[in-house]
Design a protein around this ligand. Structure first.
Ligand code: M6R
Length: 613
């Protein structure tokens, strides 16, 4: 949550910061702001709303500065407003700071500062931290760097902070704990960002800053230290992303682009790993902890949101194929409920961003109790990836749309591979089924392509028909139940329509009371072992005049005959089918959101990367 950028170099900072903020806007868009060092003064410009509002506000001003920091906010402490927007000035006006994270003990620090006469222009915890730093700097008569170090030892919470000081015209001081920070190394310039996207146009060489590290960044110098003031050698990594990957490439929205990228991204997540012809799966991350996995007491999958839905499907698949006990946990609950964990447990952390605070802390806790951590992450070099004992990247490429689409299907592809590999090693799957599943998995990219080409127009029609509904119900059984949950979440996120996902049979235990002629009910009803049962569930909805939209397998005339509207997917093994079923549901949500005139890439109140709890 919140995006931060910084630049020190010899070019004009403002356009670089604005460009960077636009790339990070998916992390929050309640307000945006920049602070520039003009050589002898600090200038701060900030505005409630998206980066475009900041641009309008600054339009026509002649900002001559080659050093600056910028922020796009997802509000935690204090409503979205100009006054709560970052950057903040310290009381003296000599320091400006931006912050991503939460300072948990801010109330205590604030009252201490108020007793000393400090005043606050905002309701934010960030301004408290800034003045706390300034107070230490003044009282200890020390450098800003030293004051930051001292302050951070007392701070409870998560942060990335960037500061500029009137007395240091060529320097940004940065520090992190729990929130991400990347520093790009340019030609006599440095770029700072919450992720690497703001710097992609300028450099491919980056340093990922670790927790409790402090950076002193100048055009020609990057000094890294720990909080004990010892120098650390920066570990420079080469980025493997192209600028095109973070641009819309002719699509109206990132969400649509990312939905249509799925044939390629699923292929990428299988590439070099799945060899259907020779019936072989290569996954070095799994090999690394193979014995642990085979002899695991339990596999515990921890995740949030869409990634949790991928984990839920993985539970069904791993239990079916590998005969290992699996539990799927919301990371936010798991981290606080004192779970019983032993060194015989393997934790699979599923996360697109690799930065989700709850997931990160959940695995940190489990690791302390001896569990082995496997990270299934999209963003290379992210915190979860680095904290894991072993892992595998999903290779979906940067996902910019706040509603996750291509990252989800890449997670599923990889989770299938893991389940199949472990089942094979454990000999809990026979060769015929193994070969069949590998073969079907290899067909998925082409089948997704077929769905996108053949169903897009029909789904646009369905979206128009139901765009004014107030509520939706999504139902599925077995392997398709997690897809019902994901379909409902996607619709909520981008259309603001209330939607609930349920196991189809559970519907009779309450939600059926909602059914009338105004309620669209989406059935994920591909041909599987429960097909006859889901047909009965559809009959039950029809008998109560509900409107049925169904995801059906090609050639299924039974469900097609019952439903008001259908979205057709190719027939494939029931274990693999969910990765296809979700694609029409993503499109349906997208088009309903568009019909309602909403910003589907940046839905209200959401942020892509939830780095606060
Ligand atoms: O980056 P992560 O996968 O850890 O994020 C988890 C959730 O915040 C995320 O899936 C969220 O639910 C998305 N907005 C779903 O579209």
């Amino acid at each position: 949550m919140c995006g931060i950028v910084g630049y020190v170099g010899s070019n004009l900072a403002y356009p670089i910061l604005i460009d960077g903020l636009k790339k990070l806007e998916y992390r929050g868009y309640d307000s945006a702001g920049v602070a520039l060092h003009t050589g002898n003064a600090l200038e701060v410009y900030k505005k409630e709303g998206k980066v475009a509002a900041l641009e309008d506000f600054v339009y026509g001003k002649n900002i001559q500065a080659t050093v600056g920091i910028g922020h796009t906010r997802w509000a935690t402490h204090g409503v979205p407003s100009d006054r709560n927007a970052h950057p903040h000035y310290s009381n003296s006006g000599n320091i400006a700071m931006i912050h991503n994270g939460i300072i948990e003990n801010y109330a205590q620090l604030k009252s201490e500062l108020q007793q000393k006469g400090y005043t606050f222009a905002s309701d934010t915890d960030s301004e408290v931290l800034l003045n706390f730093i300034e107070d230490i700097k003044i009282n200890n008569d020390c450098s800003l760097e030293e004051a930051v170090r001292v302050a951070l030892k007392r701070v409870v919470g998560a942060y990335v902070i960037l500061l500029i000081d009137k007395d240091l015209p060529d320097t940004i001081i940065a520090a992190r704990k729990g929130s991400p920070l990347v520093i790009g190394i340019g030609n006599n310039a440095h770029y700072l960002g919450s992720d690497a996207s703001p710097m992609l146009a300028y450099t491919k060489e980056v340093v990922y800053i670790n927790d409790y590290e402090l950076a002193i960044v100048r055009p020609d110098e990057l000094i890294l230290k720990n909080l004990g003031n010892e120098r650390i050698t920066p570990f420079v990594q080469k980025l493997d992303i192209e600028l095109a990957a973070i641009e819309k490439g002719g699509y109206d929205h990132f969400m649509l682009k990312e939905i249509f990228e799925q044939p390629q991204t699923i292929f990428d997540s299988l590439r070099g790993r799945l060899d259907a012809e020779h019936q072989h799966i290569t996954l070095s991350g799994v090999d690394k902890i193979k014995e642990k996995l085979i002899h695991a007491n339990r596999v515990i999958i921890v995740a949030c949101g869409t990634s949790w839905h991928a984990g839920l499907l993985a539970e069904y698949v791993i239990e079916e194929l590998c005969r290992i006990n699996v539990e799927v946990e919301y990371a936010s609950e798991f981290r606080y409920r004192n779970p019983i964990i032993t060194d015989k447990d393997v934790i699979i952390a599923v996360s697109q961003s690799g930065e989700t605070a709850d997931t990160l802390v959940a695995i940190e806790n489990a690791k302390k109790q001896g569990a082995t951590i496997f990270g299934l992450v999209n963003v290379v070099g992210s915190s979860i990836a680095r904290m894991s004992d072993a892992g595998a990247y999903t290779h979906a490429g940067p996902e910019i749309g706040v509603a996750s689409t291509k990252a989800f299907t890449a997670q599923l592809a990889l989770l299938y591979l893991i389940a199949l590999k472990v089942a094979y090693e454990k000999q809990t799957i026979d060769q015929t089924l193994f070969n069949k599943l590998l073969g079907d998995l290899a067909k998925v990219p082409q089948y997704v392509q077929d769905i996108l080409e053949e169903q897009d127009a029909a789904i646009q029609e369905i979206a128009r028909k139901y765009a004014d509904a107030n509520d939706f119900l999504y139902l599925g059984r077995g392997f398709n139940f997690p897809i019902a949950l994901e379909g409902a979440l996607k619709l909520k996120e981008v259309s603001y329509i209330h939607a609930e996902g349920y196991p189809a049979a559970e519907m009779k235990h309450g939600p059926i009371a909602l059914v009338d002629e105004n309620l669209p009910v989406v059935f994920v009803a591909t041909k599987d072992s429960y097909h006859e049962k889901i047909v009965s569930n559809i009959q039950e909805i029809k008998a109560r005049k509900g409107q049925v939209i169904a995801v059906v397998s090609q050639g299924d005339n039974v469900v097609a005959g019952l439903a008001d509207d259908v979205m057709v997917v190719p027939q494939i093994h029931e274990i693999i089918a969910p990765i296809l079923s979700v694609v029409p549901l993503q499109l349906l949500s997208y088009y309903i959101g568009i019909n309602r005139g909403l910003d589907v890439d940046k839905p209200r109140n959401l942020a892509k990367s939830v780095t606060v709890e």
